[in-house]
Write a protein that binds this ligand. Sequence first.
Ligand code: GDP
Ligand code: MN
Length: 376
Amino acid sequence: MRLHENQAKSIFAENGIPTPEGEIATTPEEVEKIAEKLGDKIAVKAQVHVGGRGKAGGIKIVSSPKEAVEASRDMLDKELKGEPIEKVLIEEAVSIDQELYLGITLDRSEGKTVAMASSKGGVNIEEVAENNPEAVSKTYIDPAYGFHDYQAREILYNANFPEETINETFSILKKLFSIWESVEAEEAEINPLILTEEGKLMAVDAVLNLDDSALFRHENLAKLKEEVYDTDIKKKASQLGLDYVSLDGNIGVVGNGAGLVMTTLDLIDYFGGYPANFLDIGGGADEEKMSQAISLVMEDEKVDSVLVNIFGGITRCDEIARGVNSAIPEEIPKPIVVRLSGTNQKKGREILSEKVEEEKELESAIKRVIELAGRE
Ligand code: GDP
Ligand code: MN
């Protein structure tokens, strides 16, 4: 679960990492109130889960509360790289002398945590890492021994951090690591860590990516989940433990197993259709889960027809058929095509309601669901 910038920043601030002053707003009126408290140099920042907001137009630096309101009008209720912008962070804008980078993440190939530093921070860090990898200095942290002080100092010196910042950047890096450890994050990053013209250090951006499997140990963070998943459907899906991704088309897709769902999406595309979502109910899903999954997809306004594609292994086709039946109301609002294959397929096909269309072959099921979806 990737936290929003403002959520990550408050965790950083609570743990002693300096961050700019600011607050969240959802309307231009709120923007005005907050901006007036901050003075004339203001940063307006879209709170969406996409990287590279700066380059995509999601970060505006303005010079009056009035301009902050205008900038926020251009963002609120609009989209950034397909994500709806529901909130903006209104912050004091700092004057930048240098942009630095600090990051902690997992290096899965090494089986270790890696700490990274670069004095070429900012929006181009990916290019720096790619074209000029020696500009990012790294050190591996052995989980058995922890992050030694000398390792932290070493990467800061190797990255050519300005001499006079080393003591403080050292302390920020160690704090970043202890946050990473205590919240069980997969990634913690400050990009950029700003050296201001007045010689102060400040985390101007914050990334904190939490390990979903460890969330049960962090009640307070798990609560943030509600705020993180923006749309109602995404929120419900995450509560039900379903893997759900919203796409642009009009054919709802429910399947079991990520591979099968992706194949289904590819085939829909191949035959000229447009998938509206990716929904994986996972292995061994029961009647209830199936029923919830269908209801969820039907709720999506852009869906015109639904394809249920199940390959029964540990998932039983009769359970799935019962789930489909219990999800559909008297009058089906949107046509559903079901393809069941594998464990208990015969039983499943017998049980399946006559209100849905059954197709035995995947290809014919896909062609049929595309036909039913039509296209504006
Ligand atoms: P990202 O593009 O999503 O990583 O968003 P960031 O929060 O990192 O902002 C992108 C860039 O905008 C930063 O690298 C800075 O150059 C600039 N920026 C962000 N906040 C401020 C600020 O308060 N003052 C100034 N002058 N520039 C800022
Ligand atoms: Mn950034």
